[in-house]
Design a protein around this ligand. Structure first.
Ligand SMILES: O=P(O)(O)OC[C@H]1O[C@H](OP(=O)(O)OP(=O)(O)O)[C@H](O)[C@@H]1O
Ligand SMILES: O=c1cc[nH]c(=O)[nH]1
Ligand SMILES: [Mg+2]
Length: 212
């Protein structure tokens, strides 16, 4: 997996406030939204475009527009919803598909409880958004699902990643021949015995939406 850790002082600043246990949910939601827009700027560096010509008030100008089919953005519910608006602000013509997944906190295995995606993803660029890449079980299962539907160009945007999750993704997709990119704001130290990222930011879904 090609991994980019975005090295930018504004990203680092916003991430630091996001990590702070004293940051309340409204502020956490706003920061997650702002961070994803900054990460998406890097993550969309390879977005496909077609050359076009437009007429300015003065003369024709060569430029580009997003190629068809437009990208698909897939938030992994629940926490990934906190990154959706930031993505669609940057890619307003993107379509949006949904994957509902929850990690069983005893076994750390990902379980899928909802899918709403186009049947055929061949030729689509897909951007998966989920704040946390911990063991990697959730993201690997999500991308496997997208591959089964024909996707062959997947970029994941995560606010935080753990080395264990990146190693898991590398092993899971080694030799698949399908490139996967990860763009993240930070690569943290490790996972703790409960599968939480250290130092991390806690449970992203709970911090966004409260404990349910
Ligand atoms: O890499 P993993 O070990 O699989 O863990 C990461 C997953 O855990 C969190 O979701 P969670 O299962 O807490 O669901 P939620 O979004 O509903 O809170 C997070 O948003 C990822 O989806
Ligand atoms: O640190 C973690 C790990 C998984 N899910 C989270 O929300 N946080
Ligand atoms: Mg959660």
């Amino acid at each position: 997996m090609e991994t980019l850790v975005v090295d930018h002082p504004l990203v680092a600043h916003k991430l630091t406030v996001l990590r702070d246990a004293d940051t309340d949910s409204p502020t956490f939601r706003r920061l997650a939204d702002e961070l994803v827009t900054l990460l998406a700027y890097e993550a969309t560096r390879h977005v496909r475009v077609s050359e076009v010509t437009v007429d300015t008030p003065v003369a024709p100008a060569k430029g580009v527009r997003l190629a068809h089919p437009h990208p698909l953005v897939v938030p992994i519910l629940r926490a990934g919803l906190g990154m959706l608006d930031g993505m669609t602000r940057l890619l307003p013509t993107a379509e949006v598909g949904f994957l509902g997944m929850i990690r069983n906190e005893s076994t750390l295995q990902a379980e899928t409880y909802a899918t709403r995606l186009p049947d055929d993803l061949s030729g689509r660029q897909v951007y998966v958004v989920d704040p946390m890449l911990a063991t990697g079980g959730t993201l690997a299962a999500a991308i496997e699902f997208l591959f089964e539907r024909g996707a062959d160009d997947v970029t994941a945007i995560c606010l935080l990643a753990a080395p264990e999750g990146i190693a898991y993704m590398d092993a899971a997709f080694a030799g698949s021949g399908r490139p996967i990119r990860l763009v993240t704001a930070a690569l943290d130290e490790r996972l703790n015995e409960h599968g939480y990222i250290v130092p991390g930011l806690g449970d992203a879904g709970d911090r966004l939406y409260g404990v349910v």
